[in-house]
Design a protein around this ligand. Structure first.
Ligand SMILES: Cc1cc2nc3c(=O)[nH]c(=O)nc-3n(C[C@H](O)[C@H](O)[C@H](O)COP(=O)(O)O)c2cc1C
Length: 335
């Protein structure tokens, strides 16, 4: 059903012109991609682990260069707040301080309790949106004071949710904060369907990998263009929880499940954080190698079911312009 009432709280929160987010992507969020998206008027989320470890760049300098390109868009910052180790937490706190000092005011948190991020960001007038896959986590995030929710559905690239985008919307629509749909949108048609459902914005990952500015390996980009939704499988072998990847000969050879010992440890309240940390460290290395310029074939190529609507490698500005035109038509029709 077409909704005629539009809320534009997301645009007010971010200050961007186009309600589209280029989501954080480890290791695919290189500064050229983020800069190109904010220069085109949309939101792009910096992934600090990606800047520091995959691209080996200085975070502050990268943020300055990205901010300098912004023309009607907004720079966001991804804070994975899982309590994996003290060193990680301290590093994330420092990174958030740098982002705030460099003028970033839109934060996307995921994986843990975002209360301390909310406190820091609200103190300077910024906003925090939290990644959720179901109502239980949404309620916890709202208790922590977040301003909006990124609703990760079962079609998303990266760590996928389990629910259909429509069902997730119905589950969260009474919460009174802007909802952003993440997963499955590869082109303007899917974007307009999301707006019609009631979502205020969409977060895209896979579509922005297949752009000229993304520094991912050309073969990875081409694999996204060639793939259909049936080529996307969930593997637990990267981080212990399901991650969407393209089914390559490598993935077929190694399988998508962890062994019985790791499975048991992942279910144990005592050991699960330890095993997750081990997988996370391993995935930082393996994903970094698989997606960057010198990536090989014995690695993972993360992508969501949005591959279905992705037909070519294009400049990021062209992708954003197409979504902006669709948004303007939708806005006009909605009155
Ligand atoms: C390669 C890849 C890496 C990702 N890494 C992260 C990440 O580090 N942090 C995060 O919050 N989301 C991450 N995501 C999720 C995206 O930000 C976005 O929500 C998701 O890709 C949307 O689904 P789509 O790929 O179908 O567009 C990643 C997604 C992909 C494809």
């Amino acid at each position: 059903m077409r909704r005629v009432v539009m809320s534009e709280q997301f645009l007010a929160h971010t200050g961007a012109r186009v309600p589209v987010i280029c989501g954080a992507m480890y290791p695919c969020s290189n500064p050229e991609l983020v800069g190109a998206v904010v220069a085109a008027g949309a939101v792009a989320v910096v992934q600090p682990l990606s800047i520091a470890f995959a691209h080996r760049l200085d975070l502050r300098q990268s943020l300055r260069e990205i901010q300098a390109q912004n023309q009607g868009g907004a720079v966001g910052f991804n804070a994975l707040v899982e309590k994996s180790s003290k060193i990680y937490e301290e590093r994330m706190r420092k990174w958030i301080d740098i982002a705030l000092e460099e003028g970033v005011r839109f934060f996307v948190t995921a994986l843990g309790n975002p209360d301390w991020v909310v406190e820091k960001v609200h103190a300077v007038g910024g906003v925090v949106y939290h990644d959720v896959t179901e109502r239980k986590w949404a309620l916890k995030a709202l208790e922590a004071g977040v301003d909006g929710l990124i609703c990760v559905n079962g079609r998303a690239g990266g760590h996928a949710g389990s629910k259909d985008a429509g069902d997730l919307y119905e589950e969260l629509s009474d919460l009174g904060v802007p909802l952003v749909m993440a997963g499955g949108v590869g082109g303007p048609e899917g974007f307009v369907q999301a707006l019609e459902r009631g979502y205020e914005a969409v977060q895209l990952g896979t579509r922005f990998i297949a752009t000229e500015e993304c520094s991912a390996h050309a073969d990875y980009k081409q694999a996204i263009v060639n793939a259909g939704k049936e080529d996307i499988v969930l593997t637990r072998r990267i981080s212990g929880v399901p991650v969407s990847v393209i089914r390559t000969p490598f993935v077929e050879r190694v399988g998508t499940e962890v062994g019985p010992i790791a499975r048991r440890l992942l279910q144990s309240p005592r050991f699960k954080h330890w095993v997750r940390s081990y997988y996370a460290a391993r995935s930082v290395w393996s994903l970094g190698r698989g997606a960057t310029r010198d990536g090989g074939y014995n690695d993972y190529w993360q992508a969501g079911k949005s591959v279905d609507a992705i037909e070519g490698v294009r400049p990021a500005a062209e992708v954003v312009a197409e979504f902006e035109a669709a948004f303007e038509r939708y806005r006009k029709a909605a009155g």
